[in-house]
Write a protein that binds this ligand. Structure first.
Ligand code: MBD
Ligand code: FE
Length: 256
């Protein structure tokens, strides 16, 4: 980031915080309490979690202003770039149970041409609401993987169905949300990051129609219903079929 960009954005944030302090007559004691709380959040390793709870949704909103492709959604704090390449199956832990799920669909450009060789990073929680590589020492190769689209832009991979999910709520982030009277739940969701040379990176999520907390997300995801997927089964397998559309980078977009 350039000095100009950093100065513009940081100065705007500082001015907005100052306005809030003035408007609400924040005292020295309240100010020191807040700083202590931030320090505690840092120590607990929850800065990414706490900031994503409040601000990721806004960065998503900005991203959606700048794309004609599929809807953007929250990335959240639990992406791991070092997830393994997978073909048919994302590794799951048999002892945790979970219903079988198949994720499949296509990646296409704005004109409907298939994008071959796109990499789709997929990650979701365990059936008990934990993320590998972050919680319970679950190795990073479980519950996440990268799949590659074939020459027709097609992808397909199996995993287990995630469940409605409580963001980690035993630390400072949960404490703050409780103090504000907010709940820590998110609807069950699957994370996707789709990347292909020459296209905008797409970060999005899928949800399960009719599931708990759909429409009452503690992190304010789901800006449209585009990827709220109705129930569809093949035998005992829940099918999540999603066709992604990739736009070109903003600097390559022609004036409409
Ligand atoms: C998550 O799993 C998540 O997806 C978001 C957006 C925030 C916290 C935890
Ligand atoms: Fe998540």
């Amino acid at each position: 980031m350039s000095q100009e960009r950093i100065n513009t954005v940081v100065s705007a944030i500082v001015e907005n915080v100052r306005d809030a302090l003035r408007e609400h007559n924040v005292t020295m004691d309240e100010y020191r309490t807040a700083i202590g709380f931030l320090a505690k959040t840092m120590k607990a390793g929850e800065i990414p979690l706490m900031t994503d709870v409040f601000f990721n949704t806004t960065v998503v909103e900005v991203g959606n202003r700048n794309t004609r492709g599929s809807i953007n959604d929250l990335q959240g704090p639990y992406y791991r770039p070092d997830a393994p390449m997978v073909t048919d199956e994302i590794k799951t832990m048999k002892e945790l149970g979970g219903d079988p799920m198949e994720m499949r669909g296509t990646v296409k450009d704005l004109d409907g041409n298939p994008v071959a060789g796109a990499i789709i990073d997929i990650w979701s929680s365990t059936p008990d609401g934990k993320y590998s590589g972050f919680h319970d020492d679950i190795p990073v190769e479980y519950y996440r993987g990268k799949v590659k689209t074939d020459e027709n832009g097609f992808y397909k991979v199996r995993s287990t169905v995630p469940v409605p999910y409580q963001i980690p709520h035993h630390g400072p982030t949960g404490e703050l949300m409780r103090a504000m009277g907010r709940h820590p739940w998110r609807p069950a969701h699957i994370h996707y990051m789709v990347q292909a040379d020459g296209y905008q990176k797409l970060v999005t999520q899928a949800y399960f129609e009719g599931g708990d907390y759909v429409g009452d997300d503690s992190c304010e995801g789901m800006h449209t219903e585009d990827f709220v997927i109705p129930e569809f089964m093949e035998g005992d397998t829940r099918i999540m079929e999603i066709d992604f559309v990739l736009d070109v980078p903003v600097e390559h977009q022609k004036a409409a």
